[in-house]
Design a protein around this ligand. Structure first.
Ligand code: ZN
Length: 183
């Protein structure tokens, strides 16, 4: 049974032998779904709906808010990803050329707590959250990862490699700590 409610729009009623009482949820169509016990009358469904209006409003409000946040995050990830793909490979190549570094390939991530990483095989992973940083800090991260293609550690020799391409790396490193790689 489906009907239109003034407040909630389309209401879909599902009767089920398993339902012992009324419960309310969001239907896939976005309207309201009422699960009702078998054999209840239309009138008692309406009565249950009227009695639960406030509860339903709270529930729908919370659901649509978390849905919205999820959707906003997905949109943001998509945007950062396309920006990252457009800008970072080219910049990495340029910095590698300037610093005489060699890397195998570049890939992107977004679910990590790190800005970037470099594998032993020379694959550089870059967090798309980099696109939220000022260019000078993006460069610092790229140089940092490129330096790992020579030194897979954070030894003094490694920092010398970084310094060769970024004289102000100490300041940039500190500034970077003020940002979060979380998208
Ligand atoms: Zn490192």
């Amino acid at each position: 049974m489906t009907f239109i409610d003034e407040e909630f729009g389309e209401v879909v009623v599902r009767k089920s032998a398993l339902s012992r009482r009324f419960s309310f949820s969001v239907a896939p169509s976005g309207g309201l779904r009422i699960s009702a016990p078998c054999g209840v009358s239309e009138r008692s469904i309406l009565r249950a709906l009227n009695a639960a209006r406030r509860e339903i409003n709270t529930k729908l409000g919370i659901t649509s808010e978390s849905e919205m946040k999820k959707r906003q995050r997905a949109d943001k990830i998509e945007l950062l990803q396309s920006k990252a793909r457009r800008i970072l490979p080219e910049r990495l190549q340029e910095l590698a050329r300037l610093g005489d570094f060699k890397y195998e390939k570049v890939r992107f991530s977004h679910s990590s707590s790190r800005w970037g990483s470099c594998s032993g095989k020379g694959t550089i992973s870059l967090n798309i959250a980099l696109m939220q940083l000022p260019p000078v800090l993006i460069d610092y991260v790229l140089i940092h990862e490129l330096a790992h293609t020579r030194q897979m550690n954070h030894s003094a020799v490694f920092w010398k490699e970084v310094e060769r391409c970024d004289k102000n790396y100490k300041r940039h490193r500190k500034m970077l700590k003020l940002h979060s790689p979380h998208v």
